[in-house]
Design a protein around this ligand. Sequence first.
Ligand code: HEM
Length: 135
Amino acid sequence: MQIILIVTLVLHVLSGVFWAGTTFALARMGGNQADLFFRPQMGAAAVAVVTGGILWFLLHDVPLGLQGHVLALGALCALLAAAVQGAMGRPALRKLSALGEPEGSRFRKRVATSQRIAAAFLMATVTCMAAARYA
Ligand code: HEM
């Protein structure tokens, strides 16, 4: 049991760090190289969400206390970040690769905006995940 918890938590933190870290970097770089990172980012997001669900199942029960509500807020922000990257960033990246620069520059801006919005959500996620233990 203890080993399952440790492995799940390590996978959760590693994938979350990669997802949030690349999102912060791409937001700062105006979405430059976002095409190289899109699939690994979405893969890391999937691992973070699945392992987060397993941790929830292993560690938390209803009714939710304050800690559970803080974690749930963080999880909601993570899902919103993934939705923005998938629904806004992905189509813009596709159009950008079809058109190329400079014709596709407005899609580059859209990619950058999606990474910035996702970065704000993930900042809230990391804050909630780190604070929940002490709530
Ligand atoms: C749907 C998405 C997510 C869910 C359901 C979720 C759920 C959880 C749960 C249940 C825990 C265990 C808390 C405890 O010790 O009781 C946890 C810990 C943690 N999560 Fe998440 N999480 C999600 C996304 C993320 C993301 C995207 C990140 C990073 C960007 C992240 C970073 C962390 C960290 C650093 C911890 C360890 C906190 C500690 O042990 O003090 N999580 N998460």
